[in-house]
Design a protein around this ligand. Structure first.
Ligand code: HAM
Length: 418
């Protein structure tokens, strides 16, 4: 027997039984984003490695240990499978000068790749819907994106997700805080784990994110970034809080929320659920006002977020959200005349806008009805020689109780949809 292949670790097929719920998730996201005037952009999955090093940051987990990066054997280019979408989106905005005519609201959907330890809610290929807004200075756009997410959760039937927000200030404020934090953690060096010691001089803010139970109290008592913020950052944050209150969106201020990517400044936020175990962050984002300039563009403020679609999918399942069946009719055809007509009849039904699976391969009425039942279709449309001669079909509801009814081929849609 020939060798059977397996998908590689952390890379998964999304099987047909799951796709109706995926469609519901993606369609709902699309609808909500377009309600806010976001336009879709599609970037390549492969970008120059340096793009991620310079934007996500050299000393982040993503760049240090999670990137699928390689050298192209044909021309020596250093390439990476995108671990996230913001860097590529900014690259595209700069390359195509997309903000030339004013601010832009963009969104994208697609696979991202991180070589992480695999567990529930954490894959090596996963999917994000991301939004990026360019050229909006005030906190309104931060609030808009957060409120838009609240609307999305509601539309998806997800409740009980907690919004955590924080401000990590601007670069100079963070530099000052960084020093304060290094001094503080040096004074508590005895409780720091290996990871924290490694990060102390490269990325000390990330120590605050530690999940190590032995470090919780030292992290909780650490000086707060908020106390190092200047007037402008504080006002920005206060206005954001005010806008969220006005919109009726609850939040908690999490002083330890710093995010795992280096490009952020001021607002950062995450939406967190307790229903998915340790991988409970279903979306995260914030402002990144200096990234466009650092990637060669004109100074342009920006704010964005990304949703982890697999995690939201799991959450929809946890909330028992279901998706409507897409298949209207399974066309059963028994008898010589019926079989000859069935192909054309199926087309007549499709012409009426119905989705139709035409039974193929013959078999008895009973065995075809069994297949109709298993197909998940709303109706079995039965075409026997009798019906075929009369230009009719017998319609039997499969998902709901109801009488079998006979009608003309041309009237099926009307009978089903009323
Ligand atoms: P992120 O926090 O790295 O941010 O990822 C956003 C979301 O993607 C996470 O909250 C999580 O739901 C999901 N996610 C991340 N890694 C995995 C994984 N290995 N498996 C499954 N889901 C995962 C970003 O990517 C930023 N680009 C967001 C952003 C856009 N900030 C500004 N604009």
């Amino acid at each position: 027997m020939a060798k059977k292949f397996q998908s590689i670790k952390g890379f998964y097929d999304i099987l047909p039984e799951a796709t109706p719920l995926w469609f519901k998730l993606e369609d709902t996201a699309r609808e909500v984003l377009s309600q806010y005037g976001y336009n879709n952009i599609r970037m390549p999955v492969v970008e120059p490695t340096e793009l991620f090093v310079r934007s996500v940051g050299e000393h982040t987990d993503i760049v240090e240990k999670e990137m699928y990066a390689w050298e192209d054997a044909l021309n020596g280019d250093k390439l990476t499978l995108r671990p996230e979408g913001t860097a590529g989106c900014v690259r595209a905005v700069v390359q195509e000068n997309l903000t030339y005519n004013g601010p832009q609201r963009l969104w994208y959907i697609g696979p991202m790749f991180r070589h992480e330890n695999v567990q529930k809610g954490r894959q090596r290929q996963f999917h994000q819907v991301g939004c990026e807004a360019f050229g909006f200075d005030g906190p309104e756009v931060d609030a808009e994106q957060i409120v838009m997410l609240a609307r999305l959760w509601k539309a998806l039937g997800i409740t009980d997700v907690e919004l955590q927000i924080n401000s990590i200030g601007d670069a100079d404020e963070r530099a000052q805080y960084r020093q304060t934090l290094i001094t503080y953690f040096e004074q508590h060096a005895d409780v720091l784990d290996e990871d924290a010691k490694r990060r102390l001089h490269t990325n000390p803010l990330r120590i605050l994110d530690s999940k190590n139970p032995n470090m919780q109290s030292v992290c909780e008592q650490a000086p707060k970034l908020m106390d190092c913020l200047g007037e402008a950052s504080l006002v920005h944050f206060e206005q954001l809080c005010h806008l969220l209150k006005e919109a009726g969106v609850d939040y908690v201020i999490n002083h330890r929320l710093v995010r795992g990517l280096d490009y952020y400044n001021r607002t950062v936020f995450e939406w967190v659920t307790t229903k998915l175990g340790s991988q409970g962050t279903i979306a995260g984002g914030g402002r990144y006002d200096t990234l466009v300039e650092r990637l060669g563009g004109k100074p342009t403020t920006a704010c964005g977020f990304a949703i982890g679609l697999e995690r939201v999918f799991l959450l929809m399942q946890a909330y028992e959200v279901t998706a409507d069946n897409a298949l209207d009719v399974y066309l059963v055809n028994v008898g010589e005349t019926a079989q000859q007509k069935a192909f054309a009849v199926a087309e007549t039904l499709r012409e009426q806008g119905l989705s139709v699976v035409l039974h193929a391969g013959g078999g008895s009425f009973k065995s075809q009805m069994k297949k109709a039942d298993r197909s998940g279709a709303c109706y079995a449309a039965i075409l026997g020689d009798d019906e075929a001669a009369a230009g009719e079909l017998s319609l039997k509801p499969l998902l709901q109780a109801g009488e079998q009814k006979r009608c003309q081929w041309t009237d099926v849609s009307q009978l089903i949809r009323g």
